[in-house]
Design a binder for this molecule. Structure first.
Ligand code: MSP
Length: 645
């Protein structure tokens, strides 16, 4: 059983779909984790692939007048090419039409059938072709699919069922006693909420008369296997289950199943009960991330706002795109994609902070020492302080990735980069050069170059190409461009002295907003008069700037004082089914009890912060006049999670 190795999976994507930013995000996140654990020296396996059976594929192939497998062979390439382009280092790409996978599915089905875990009965239900799922009458919303809102059709037929219901008590207990099993914790609560209702058995077959494109049931050739039952098994068939015991022992149970929040139930209820029936241990963590929205709206083909990763890569390069995805999303929450947010983060973090640091160190070293990095003399307080800041980033990055808070790890690295820029301003190597203080100059340049060296290793899992360029500028070549590891960083050894820095064009040239997204300037805006007295002008913003702020209603579930901080209250909120914690300085105006049940307005996409050691995930809105403060609430009842704007 896998105790020390790292095995990460993505969902297997519907082969029919055009890859979009949501698919790219999960896969890049898995790739960064895989690269990071490899860099720590941990044995790692990364599995991704495609989900190729089911009605949607069958229909799409029929529209194209070709056999479904041929349709899959042609469309799977879109994912494979995108992963190549995005530098994704998966160890295997599984397709559910792979013969070995189909064989494992058949064996699992036969085994469960032989042991009475699968049985046949007549069934009637409502079927959504889009989601390939059955719903009961109660599940429907206005007679439509509760997940996607599309039409459903009533179906009555004999089918095979997996005895999922009998595992309900066991699953509740397992979730409650394994806090890491479903993450973030509010998703575990969501699953427990789902399990409060009765848990029915799972229909795992489709009669061939209705759907032929699937894996035939080994015990009844009139039926094929339900696509989700087939697809979930990829997580074990992909690492040798029933084919290669040594391989399977090495990787199972998985360290992480990364999924989006919309496929939580299939992963946190169907899959664990299937594994339990099969007799296998549970994955260590099922992590459900939020959704990427465009301009705060759900992406959909009909709205024409789906972000195509290939377009973004063409515009801004692979590494900047990977960096943005990871830096911008706090993994449990939704995130908003706009080109303005992208450009602003790129220009501030990458062009101004990191790119600038390299170009300053490079220029000074070329000018002072013809590019040769000299060994340092005795270190002074400023040097030690910068080194300590970079050490902190090394620790923070590891801690954050282990806690699946990649955005916070990257923020710590960027803090170190900014500290290095401040260090150069303070130590002023250009003045040292003028004054001929050679030993000190060399120490400063070495210390700054060493910060860059360590940052290049820390950021390599996120921006492998750009960090190799950065290392080339620092005088590395060949394997040294790619092979430096975080395990190596921790030894504290530095091999910079004597290397010759290479003149390199800007690592991250500044980019401009697309014209369409530039803030509108009123045509006849009068030029400000230089001599006029200062007036109380409120700077105007474009509607796009406002759209970046995501305001929503939230209901206060619990409130308590923060220990040791008189002014602070810690609130637990329900924000549209998502649980959030916000720390706010309102204790002078509100008692905790008076807040419970109120519907307030919060800024939902504020970067999480730690206030007096307590994590705060958003900000609530209040009006303040003099000493008075009043929370912004709604004029009458409205659901939590409602958009405000
Ligand atoms: N085939 C199933 C998964 C089977 S896994 C055994 C499936 N495929 S999918 O292609 O529709 O979706 C794959 C993933 O993309 C899901 O995790 C889903 O949450 C994610 N996303 C789809 N749209 C998304 C966003 N806009 N943002 C982030 N991820 C989203 O479901």
């Amino acid at each position: 059983m896998n105790t020390d190795n790292f095995y990460v999976t993505t969902p297997i994507y519907y082969v029919n779909d055009k890859p979009h930013i949501g698919h790219a995000y999960t896969t890049v996140l898995a790739d960064v984790l895989a690269r990071y654990y490899r860099s720590l020296g941990v044995d790692t396996f990364f599995l991704t692939g495609t989900d190729e059976h089911g009605q949607k594929v069958e229909k799409a192939a029929a529209r194209r007048n070709m056999p479904p497998k041929q349709h899959c062979d042609e469309t799977v390439v879109r994912f494979q090419e995108l992963w190549k382009r995005l530098g994704v280092t998966n160890d295997r790409f599984i397709r559910t039409t792979d013969e070995f996978h189909k064989q494992v599915v058949r064996e699992v089905l036969q085994d469960l059938y032989d042991r009475g875990e699968i049985y046949k009965k007549e069934y009637s239900g409502w079927y959504c072709v889009g989601d390939e799922r059955f719903y009961t009458e109660k599940d429907l919303v206005d007679g439509k699919c509760p997940e996607c809102g599309r039409e459903v059709s009533e179906i009555k037929e004999w089918n095979y069922f997996f005895r999922m219901g009998k595992y309900r008590e066991w699953l509740i207990d397992y979730i409650q006693t394994h806090p890491d099993f479903i993450q973030p914790a509010f998703r575990a609560n969501e699953t427990l909420g789902f399990l409060k209702k009765e848990l029915g058995d799972l229909c795992i077959s489709r009669p061939k008369s209705r759907l032929a494109w699937g894996i035939e049931l080994p015990f009844d050739p009139e039926y094929v296997c339900y696509v989700w039952f087939d697809a979930l098994i990829n997580y074990i068939s992909g690492v040798g289950y029933r084919r290669n015991d040594a391989e399977f022992e090495k990787w199972w149970p998985a360290s992480y199943h990364l999924i989006g929040k919309d496929i939580l139930t299939t992963h946190s209820v169907y899959w664990p009960t299937m594994l339990k029936a099969i007799g296998l241990p549970m994955p260590k963590t099922i992590f459900a991330h939020g959704w990427w929205l465009t301009g705060n709206t759900k992406m959909s083909k009909s709205l024409g706002n789906v972000i195509n990763p290939m377009d973004m890569i063409d515009k801004c390069g692979v590494d900047a795109f990977r960096y943005f995805l990871l830096a911008e999303m706090f993994p449990g929450n939704d995130a908003n994609f706009t080109e303005a947010a992208f450009v602003s983060r790129y220009n501030s973090d990458l062009a101004n902070d990191l790119g600038n640091l390299l170009s300053r160190v490079l220029k000074m070293t070329l000018r002072a020492n013809e590019g040769v990095i000299q060994p340092p003399a005795e270190l002074e307080a400023d040097d030690l302080e910068l080194n300590a800041e970079v050490d902190r980033a090394v620790g923070a990055m590891e801690e954050s990735l282990r806690a699946m808070k990649c955005d916070q790890g990257l923020a710590a690295v960027m803090n170190a980069v900014r500290a290095a820029n401040r260090y150069l301003e303070k130590t002023a190597p250009w003045t040292l050069a003028k004054k001929g203080e050679v030993a000190r100059l060399n120490t400063v340049l070495h210390t700054a170059a060493d910060a860059l060296r360590r940052v290049s290793v820390l950021l390599a899992p996120v921006m492998p190409g750009k960090m190799a360029e950065l290392r080339a500028a620092l005088g590395y070549s060949g394997d040294d461009l790619f092979n430096a590891t975080i395990a190596g960083l921790k030894t504290g050894q530095c091999d910079l002295a004597g290397r010759v820095m290479k003149d390199t064009p800007g690592l991250f040239p500044r980019i401009q907003l697309e014209d369409a997204e530039k803030p509108a300037v009123p045509a006849a805006a009068p030029a400000p008069e230089k001599s006029s007295k200062p007036v109380n002008v409120v700077e105007t913003i474009a509607i796009g700037d406002f759209a970046r702020v995501r305001l929503m209603t939230a209901r206060v579930l619990e409130a308590e004082k923060v220990q040791g901080a008189d002014k602070l209250l810690k609130l637990q909120l329900d924000a549209g089914g998502e649980r959030r914690q916000i720390v706010s300085g309102i204790a002078g105006w509100y008692t905790p009890e008076s807040l419970i049940g109120k519907t307030i307005v919060i800024v939902a996409n504020l970067k999480p912060a730690v206030i007096r050691g307590v994590e705060s995930n958003g900000m609530l809105l209040a009006a303040k006049a003099g000493k008075e403060l009043r929370l912004i609430t709604t004029d009458g009842e409205i659901d939590s999670g409602a958009e405000v704007g």
